[in-house]
Design a protein around this ligand. Structure first.
Ligand code: NDP
Length: 265
């Protein structure tokens, strides 16, 4: 299927690892011009070198920008760089973020504020900064990388669950406000092996356990119906589908990519 990304400009937040990096790869392979951003410049540079090594980067198809997407000044600067380099943008993938482990009793006010700030402003600020450019495109769309926790909360991730539910609600509101010019959809992710899980693997109790054994045990423990952890590429494929004009009659929708974990109908 031709996803029709040829020469289209796509901004991917949190593009230096995991789901974001897999999405950048897929978009470059599809012929898009990609803007990738994250906070840690060295990590971002390493990801760009990997893209170069795999032959996906050419002289004029990739711009890497250091940006904290929760910061208004930095997201405005990001939008300026996109305009200066590529003249505009057709697609925004709001992917940057991470989860927080805490129960109600262990979540402090500072945790609540930090989590709500990350989950909401990581959508609000890049969207506000890039919306004028998206409105100039004849096939504009936004994809938000959200979590299954938005629909199926977990007691051990209480503030992430609440923040994710508010993002699901926000995306629906934006879909009405932005239509028909800009489509916006989300993917609801769970149990995908990415940078976040690399960090948890490093902190595992049984240091004898290999990565494969640890991932298998995790899938069993979490009772994932597809009986394995997901791959970042499997989320990237869903993101690219929703971002592409081939899903042109879809807005305000959310697609679960969670190995079947959802109990909802
Ligand atoms: P990774 O840790 O591999 O990637 C996260 C990316 O986001 C990195 O590039 C990181 O770079 C960047 N990032 C984090 N905070 C910011 C910020 N404030 N501004 C700019 N960039 C930022 O994890 P995933 O690929 O798993 O995460 C992608 C998204 O998927 C996240 O929103 C996550 O919450 C969501 N998700 C993932 C699940 C999973 O099972 N993997 C489950 C549910 C949701 P840097 O730190 O250098 O800024």
């Amino acid at each position: 299927m031709d996803l029709q990304f040829g020469n289209r400009v796509v901004v991917v937040t949190g593009g230096s690892s995991g789901i974001g990096l897999a999405t950048v790869r897929m978009l470059l392979a599809e012929g898009a011009k990609v803007v990738t951003c994250s906070r840690d410049w060295e990590k971002l540079e390493r990801s760009v070198s990997d893209l170069e090594a795999s032959g996906l980067r050419t002289d004029d198809n990739l711009l890497a920008v250091s940006c904290d997407v929760t910061d208004e000044v930095q997201t405005i600067a990001l939008a300026r760089q996109v305009r200066a380099r590529f003249g505009g943008a057709d697609v925004l993938i709001n992917n940057a973020g991470q989860g927080r482990y805490s129960t109600f009793e262990t979540t402090t006010d500072e945790d609540w504020e930090a989590e709500m700030r990350l989950k909401l402003y990581s959508i609000v600020r890049p969207t506000r900064a890039l919306l004028p450019m998206l409105r100039e495109s004849d096939r504009a769309s936004i994809v938000v990388v959200n979590a299954l926790l938005a629909r199926q909360p977990a007691a051990h991730m209480v503030c992430t669950s609440a923040a994710r539910a508010s993002v699901l609600n926000l995306v629906k509101s934006m879909s009405f406000e932005f239509a028909p010019a800009v489509r916006i959809n989300s993917v609801l992710v769970d149990s995908v092996n990415s940078g976040q899980w690399e960090r948890r693997f490093a902190q595992r109790e049984n240091k004898q356990q290999s990565k494969e054994e640890w991932l298998r045990a995790l899938a069993t423990e979490r009772q994932i119906p597809l009986n394995r952890m997901g791959l970042p590429e499997e989320v990237a494929a869903a993101i690219c589908f929703l971002a592409s004009p081939v899903s042109g009659f879809t807005t305000g929708a959310s697609l679960e990519v969670s190995g079947g974990l959802s109990k909802g109908v």
